[in-house]
Design a protein around this ligand. Structure first.
Ligand SMILES: C[S@@+](CC[C@H](N)C(=O)[O-])C[C@H]1O[C@@H](n2cnc3c(N)ncnc32)[C@H](O)[C@@H]1O
Length: 214
């Protein structure tokens, strides 16, 4: 088992070599802190991995649940073709407003729509535009199973669902809170889901990946 210190230094190594942030991404992180938002965006190496998975799957139409200030959304939108589309859902009007300004600053407003509202309430209005290519889940943990059920219905065959915090800082091994159980239920549901081939990528807090095969 790798020590925490070695794991941290290896993440830094990947960040420096493969996931360098440009001025816009650095600005988004600074503004997230300056506005007092929680500093719970993806790490650069995780965002870079998700960006590569978006490219690998040739996704053109992506849904994100959990925008925060737009950090992961910028990485994702940059991986989309010129006619691509990212719809990102955020429950907090403050976060949504800041994220819109950041997508504008990144020159990505034409590709990105920020929907303000709770994921479970907003997703039904995106069903008319199904099938979608990829869904990235990074919001309220209790709703993860609902988001997965939505992905099963509304992703194209060969499409992918990705979810951050699959390890939930280890709480999945000894679940106590509602959030812990949300993640446990999500991971089980994904693992046993007849429509997905799946696993968890052991990076950061764990990123679950499922490819819709049926
Ligand atoms: C971990 S942060 C997202 C980080 C972002 N994906 C990134 O890496 O830059 C989670 C976000 O989900 C939002 N959120 C919480 N509950 C939500 C819900 N029910 N629907 C949509 N967004 C929600 C929070 O307000 C917060 O901004």
């Amino acid at each position: 088992m790798m020590s925490e210190d070695l794991a941290r230094r290896l993440s830094q190594y990947v960040n420096q070599l493969f996931a360098q942030e440009d001025e816009v991404l650095k600005y988004v992180r600074q503004q997230t802190a300056a506005h007092g938002l929680p500093l719970i965006n993806l790490e650069a190496n995780e965002a870079r991995l998700i960006q590569l998975l978006v490219r690998l799957s040739a996704a053109e139409r992506v849904i994100e649940v959990g925008t925060l200030a737009g950090y992961s959304g910028i990485w994702i939108a940059r991986a989309l073709p010129a006619h691509g589309k990212l719809v990102t859902i955020e429950v907090s009007s403050v976060h949504a407003e800041l994220a819109r300004a950041h997508f504008e600053r990144a020159g990505l407003s034409h590709k990105v729509t920020v929907l303000q509202g709770a994921g479970v309430q907003m997703l039904p209005q995106l069903e008319a535009d199904a099938p979608w290519d990829l869904m990235f889940i990074d919001a309220d943990k209790v709703s993860y199973p609902n988001y997965l059920a939505w992905a099963a219905e509304n992703l194209r065959l060969g499409g992918a669902v990705l979810a951050d915090n699959a390890f939930w800082q280890g709480h999945i091994l000894n679940p106590q809170s509602e959030d812990d159980h949300g993640l446990v239920n999500f991971n089980r549901m994904l693992a046993k889901h007849p429509q997905f081939e799946c696993s968890i990528i052991e990076i950061g807090d764990g990123i679950a990946l499922g490819i819709k095969t049926e």
